[in-house]
Design a protein around this ligand. Structure first.
Ligand code: SAM
Ligand code: SF4
Length: 363
């Protein structure tokens, strides 16, 4: 199936469940062909809910009155060791945004510490918001090799409506360019079903991923948070957002082919098997939460976030059996890089800066 703007719009509007099944099946086939049958695991460590930003949709925005926390170095290292022992190939360090010197140095120490603690074996993705070129570069040199920074929406007007003054759309775009220049595997994505978002916006989001040669896609349904201003924008159709997200995963897979696509926790919030649905629609990455349990209730980006009380070992067993039921193998102990990254780096005069193999050899 060849996709273009009109065809993508048609699919996003399609309500025929038999046809949609065929769409998901085709996306799954493309996934098998382009990135293989495995799902790759990234243990998610929610470092801190302290944030200088005030995004109108987010439960940990700076104006919300919630208990703030920051994991200690020991807690981060033990979560990373846990992920490593469970055979997760990588972790994601995520947190509210901070740009101060102490934060930058702390992340840098953590990166070096995790590399030492896991004998350079654990891949590290960062999701720490907007930073300067030199900070991104410093963290890359200390061992981070992937970075997730969602553009949130590519519609500039909508971006401004869901962020307060001072949040700069062009700055966000320029951060994504910096990350690519440095040599990170770059991930972006959007929230799906935002108030005022249209089907045209979603098509533009997908075309933006292609235009920017993005390696990894992390998209999830927008979910309201009771303390956050965007909640006042009216009722949210969760079923529609769930289906739009599955369609966007499938269409991204068919259109972009060799990228990594995550089945996000937000999907699981709407349906307890949401991540499994995401995998069947063409996603190939899952991010099980390995944050120490006592902090999880304070990292609620939206209401009813799942797994707040799930023991990480039991969740790992549950995930393994649910993938087994779907006949999806798990890529234990593998980084699971997006082939897209290696394909695009082949065109660079000096080749990839950091591959699974060269990374182990160099560091
Ligand atoms: N602070 C960093 C940033 O914003 O890039 C990283 C952490 S932030 C919590 C990660 C993502 O959570 C955001 O990019 C946003 O898309 C998502 N998020 C926040 N609030 C959400 C909500 N109410 N519904 C769905 N996703 C949400
Ligand atoms: Fe902070 Fe990220 Fe939430 Fe925005 S989305 S308020 S930057 S944690």
């Amino acid at each position: 199936m060849k996709l273009n703007r009109d065809k993508i719009i048609e699919w996003l509007r399609c309500n025929n469940q038999d046809q949609l099944k065929l769409l998901y099946q085709q996306a799954y086939d493309v996934k098998l062909h382009e990135v293989g049958p495995k799902v790759y695991l990234r243990g998610l460590i929610e470092l801190s809910n302290i944030c200088i930003k005030n995004c109108l949709y987010c439960g940990i925005r700076s104006s919300n009155s919630i208990p703030r926390y920051e994991l200690t170095e020991g807690e981060v290292l033990s979560a990373a060791r846990f992920a490593h022992e469970e055979g997760y190939g990588s972790i994601v360090l995520q947190s509210g945004e901070r740009q101060d010197h102490a934060f930058i140095e702390n992340v840098d120490r953590l990166l070096k510490g995790i590399k030492i603690a896991t004998s350079n074996q654990l891949g590290i993705t960062l999701s720490l918001g907007e930073q300067s070129f030199s900070t991104y570069k410093k963290w890359f040199n200390s061992g981070a090799h992937r970075y997730l920074l969602r553009i949130e929406t590519t519609n500039q007007e909508l971006y401004q409506r869901i962020h307060p003054d001072g949040h700069d759309f062009d700055q966000r775009k320029s951060c994504l360019k910096d990350l690519k220049k440095i040599g990170y595997q770059v991930g972006t994505g959007v929230m799906i079903g935002l108030p005022w978002q249209t089907v045209d916006d979603l098509v533009n989001d997908l075309l933006y991923y292609d235009d920017q040669d993005i390696d990894m896609i992390g998209m999830g349904p927008y979910l309201p948070h009771r303390q956050s201003p965007l909640q006042g924008a009216g009722p949210v159709d969760l079923n529609r957002n769930f289906e739009w997200t599955l369609k966007m995963i499938a269409l991204s897979r068919i259109f972009l082919r060799d990228v990594n696509i995550a089945a996000t926790t937000a999907l699981q919030t709407i349906h307890f098997q949401g991540r499994e649905w995401g995998i069947k629609a063409g996603a190939n990455v899952i991010m099980p939460n390995v944050t120490p349990m006592r902090y999880r209730q304070d990292y609620q980006l939206y209401d009813d976030k799942p797994c707040l009380n799930d023991d990480a070992s039991l969740s790992a067993d549950c995930l393994a059996s649910s993938m087994h039921v779907l006949s999806v193998p798990i890529g234990y102990k593998e980084w699971g890089d997006a082939p897209h990254y290696h394909n695009r780096m082949k065109d660079k005069p000096f080749g990839p800066i950091c591959t699974d193999e060269s990374f182990h050899a160099d560091k």
